[in-house]
Design a protein around this ligand. Structure first.
Ligand SMILES: NC(=O)C1=CN([C@@H]2O[C@H](COP(=O)(O)OP(=O)(O)OC[C@H]3O[C@@H](n4cnc5c(N)ncnc54)[C@H](OP(=O)(O)O)[C@@H]3O)[C@@H](O)[C@H]2O)[C@@H](O)CC1
Length: 275
């Protein structure tokens, strides 16, 4: 699952490069609003890489430490340990680029020995998404025509659920079509691990969602968003070591250091002082 995290985001970036050459207002196809919300917060972050390369400071406070990789324990949810139907995974994809990341993730899951099924209720007419969908179809991944009616049916059939419904451009409340999906995801997270891409669906990019979905794994892309400080699941990775240095400087990103050739880092939340 770790490998999936970085390959999904790298692919998304490749898609960005292919579709928007030289367009600095769009990162990975994300709208300027999404980028703005990222930038609104991230310039306040400060890495003290000269002093200690394994810490991320936000607003001057030590917020995340970076966990060195242990290559002997490097996989979360390895397929051979997933008992239901040959490592069956449900990948839920929304209408925007977060959903596109989900399709890329499904493609990699399939190549890595999982058995992904995809729920993708609202296909965008953009060629990028059409082609990602076609790739998944060509790889014989089933597309569900409806979301399982009962939450327990998801837990009975799948070992993991990938949540790629909404990312950082979600503005609540959800439309009825998506509200019922978010509700079901919330009901299952105690029975089957949910892995969210970039942002747990239904969360506000800054303030999160107190009674929202609680994934077990979060893969932040490019930079952890402010709401990631409210993540309480088991695993948090940062993926997307693909920001060109020029953009990093131009927008004053302070990205944490990735060791060696690694393209992901595991982040651990540092409890606020007094906790
Ligand atoms: N920026 C970056 O650097 C990177 C970005 N990347 C990825 O892109 C993601 C952002 O993609 P995004 O911009 O397409 O936004 P996203 O959150 O998928 O949702 C937009 C869609 O949801 C819809 N929608 C919104 N609210 C709704 C509601 N209440 N109820 C129902 N629908 C609602 C909205 O509909 P519309 O308002 O257009 O009708 C639109 O269709 C980001 O999280 C990350 O995964 C990474 O690949 C790498 C780095």
């Amino acid at each position: 699952m770790r490998v999936v995290a970085h390959t999904a985001s790298v692919s998304a970036m490749t898609d960005f490069v292919n579709t928007s050459p030289g367009e600095p207002s769009v990162i990975c196809g994300c709208s300027i609003n999404g980028l703005a919300s990222l930038l609104a917060w991230w310039p306040l972050a400060e890495t003290i890489s000269g002093l200690c390369p394994s810490q991320v400071h936000i607003n001057g406070r030590l917020t995340f430490t970076i966990t060195p990789r242990d290559r002997d324990k490097e996989t979360c949810y390895p397929p051979e340990t997933l008992p239901k139907d040959h490592a069956a995974v449900l990948v839920c994809c929304g209408p925007g680029y977060n959903g596109g990341d989900g399709l890329v993730c499904a493609r990699h899951l399939k190549l890595f020995g999982y058995k992904p099924s995809i729920f993708y209720p609202k296909l965008s007419n953009k060629p990028l998404f059409q082609s990602l969908r076609a790739q998944c179809e060509q790889m014989d991944m089933p597309f569900l025509s409806f979301f399982p009616s009962e939450a327990h049916l998801i837990a009975d059939s799948y070992n993991l659920v990938v949540d790629a419904i909404f990312g950082h451009n979600y503005k609540g409340p959800a439309t009825p079509e998506f509200a019922s999906i978010l509700e079901k995801l919330k009901l299952i997270h105690t029975d089957v691990p949910v892995c969210s891409i970039d942002i747990p669906s239904g969360w506000d990019v800054d303030s999160g969602c107190e009674d929202g979905l609680q994934p077990e794994l979060l893969i932040s892309l490019l930079a952890p968003k402010k709401c990631a400080t409210m993540f309480r699941g088991k695993y948090h990775f940062l993926g997307g070591r693909c920001v060109p240095r020029s953009l990093e400087q131009k927008y004053n990103f302070c990205l944490p250091p990735y060791p060696g050739t690694d393209t992901i880092v595991e982040l651990k939340m540092v409890p606020p002082p007094g906790e």
